[in-house]
Design a protein around this ligand. Structure first.
Ligand code: NDP
Ligand code: MG
Ligand code: MG
Length: 329
């Protein structure tokens, strides 16, 4: 059932069997492609991939003989995986594929000059990449070429994107710089950093004004899901259709007071730090130092009063348990 000329007879090594790795491996196999999964022996994923019928090998063994190697381990271990398992073993003319450009763009990985280097990133979590494929559809995916030695790099990216189902939906061309910088900006300024800080500030404002934490929790955190679902399905347009006139008027007059030109100026500062490499340098140093600040920040977030009251309230809402989805890559 493969309509896949470029990779039709290729051996594909998928390194990592987590959120993206599992979905890519299953979809590519169902598209008729030859997949081997590369994992550390003894790690929890080895059993899982074997049980799901894959040939599983140590990363270096999986890379040997592969025509395309997809690096789908966590970003912060990719440089070591490259040095130890990929660089000594990848065939000249083979393709090295990423789902996020961080390590190549920020030069933690300096790919050998005799291989293609490409990117295919579905715009959704692995579970959705899998379920949409099973429904005969796909998740829109972005693709890029960093290095093309075979003259086939673009065709390989398209073939891979088709194999995981992205081509059934939409493929958007990007480059490693755009993908990396916009991904980091989105998660820092809006999705993770911006949203969680906005929620905490709203909660603190209400509680400091004497309102009950339980009530504040519902107003500024719990109900955010309803709004985000409307954004997801139909943009700000759909949100405005579904909330009351009062909520809309409050949005128009108060939204810009909270998220004002100063916020946008600071977003630009965040973007500058991403673009000039300051963020990447700091994050890599933090990682190498054993995550001292990361652990401190995380502890503060986990102990914030909104988490204490939230845990108590969520325990009384059984329909919420336990759906943890890694939404933002
Ligand atoms: P995960 O954290 O889910 O990957 C975990 C997997 O990597 C496990 O199978 C683990 O094996 C394996 N692994 C960990 N360390 C090693 C190692 N040293 N050698 C071999 N295998 C190892 O990753 P994601 O799927 O979240 O991310 C993969 C890539 O996709 C990243 O580049 C990410 O930025 C990108 N991406 C992720 C998205 C997402 O939805 N999560 C969306 C778009 C892009 P074990 O269990 O045995 O330890
Ligand atoms: Mg608004
Ligand atoms: Mg990311």
């Amino acid at each position: 059932m493969s309509n896949n000329d470029t990779l039709g007879n290729a051996r594909i090594a998928i390194l990592g069997y987590g959120s993206q790795g599992r979905a890519h491996a299953l979809n590519l196999r169902d598209s008729g492609l030859d997949v081997v999964v590369g994992l550390r022996k003894g790690g929890p994923s080895w059993e899982k991939a074997s049980a799901e019928g894959f040939k599983v090998a140590e990363p270096g063994e999986a890379v040997k003989g592969a025509d395309l190697v997809a690096v789908l381990t966590p970003d912060m271990v990719q440089a070591d995986v490259y040095t130890q398992s990929i660089e000594p073993n990848i065939k000249p003319g083979a393709a090295l594929l990423f789902a996020h450009g961080f390590n190549v763009h920020f030069k933690r990985i300096d790919p050998r000059k005799d291989i293609d280097v490409i990117l295919v990133a579905p715009k959704g979590p692995g579970a959705l990449v899998r379920t949409e494929y099973e429904r005969g559809r796909g998740v829109p995916s972005i693709w890029a070429v960093y290095q093309d030695v075979s003259g086939q790099a673009e065709a390989k990216a398209h073939a891979y994107a088709n194999g995981i189902g992205g081509g059934r939906a939409m493929l958007i061309k990007t480059d490693f710089k755009e993908e990396t910088e916009t991904d980091l900006f989105g998660e820092q300024a809006v999705l993770c950093g911006g949203a969680s800080s906005l929620v905490q500030a709203g909660f603190e404002t209400l509680v400091e004004a004497g309102y009950q934490p339980e009530i504040a929790y519902y107003e500024v955190l719990h109900e955010l899901k309803l709004i985000v679902d409307l954004f997801y399905e139909g943009g700000i347009t759909k949100m405005l259709q579904f909330v009351s006139e009062t909520a809309q008027y409050g949005d128009y007059v108060s939204g810009p007071r909270v998220i004002d030109a100063g916020v946008k100026a600071r977003m630009k500062d965040v973007l500058t730090d991403i673009q000039n490499g300051t963020f990447a340098r700091n994050w890599i140093a933090e990682h190498e130092a054993g995550l001292p600040n990361y652990n401190k920040f995380k502890k503060a977030d986990l102990e914030h009063p909104i988490e204490v009251v939230g845990a108590k309230l969520r325990a009384r809402m059984p329909w919420l348990q336990p759906e943890t989805a890694k939404q933002a890559g």
